[in-house]
Design a protein around this ligand. Sequence first.
Ligand code: ATP
Length: 244
Amino acid sequence: MIRLDNLTLTYDRHPAVHHLSGEFCAGSLTAIVGPNGAGKSTLLKAIAGLLAPSSGKVERSSLKKGDIAYLPQQAEIDRSFPLSVFDMVLMGRWKHIGSFGGAGKADVHAAHHALEAVGLAGFERRMLHQLSAGQMQRVLFARLMVQESAVILLDEPFNAIDARTTADLLALVTRWHSENRTVIAVLHDYEQVRARFPETLLMARECLGWGATETVLTPQNLLKARARSEAWDEDAPHCHQAVA
Ligand SMILES: Nc1ncnc2c1ncn2[C@@H]1O[C@H](COP(=O)(O)OP(=O)(O)OP(=O)(O)O)[C@@H](O)[C@H]1O
């Protein structure tokens, strides 16, 4: 379970996430939604341990760093690095391989199996910069598969991805959920969220709703989120408590 306790996250003292409290239960499948600039990616980074809270905390109970897999937005991934598809997927096995060991049979098998599962068998030797956006996303999902993490964080995983690839990758998300992993995804497609994600956190820097998707994604809440984000002052001083 991951618990947020009065969590506030800031950049250069500007608040991006405000006094957020609640919990992601073990095995839950949650969408984080909200307008642009609502703090969704910032929250995901804090859960991944990549951004320190300016106040409050993220409690990860007994989870260790390797138990949390994080998929950033595609724009944040440098594809010019000379790396093959196979090596990229194999890198996901680092916690099994360790710092000094080489990849064993089981690791190589897991990487091949994952590439097959995402429909990229035969692409092993391709370099990352030779892939389309959709193929790259399949590679990143294959890497998540071999990580075998208890918690999987996905930041806009289906952005600019065609319907077929989205359906394939959504099926993987559903499989992870059935395997009792905790999956948290930042998404913008409300229909997708309603159809596939039982829990939703709606935020506009602060929490506007967190719970069963049908009770959170109401027209009133969505209007409130839009109004809240439009009204937000980018130059607001450090962390005044927002009024609910
Ligand atoms: N590295 C950074 N340095 C300074 N400010 C940042 C940084 N990253 C994000 N911000 C600011 O923090 C706020 C929240 O950004 P964040 O990326 O978390 O929003 P988001 O909800 O993920 O938005 P989107 O839907 O557009 O991806 C925004 O006002 C943004 O400008």
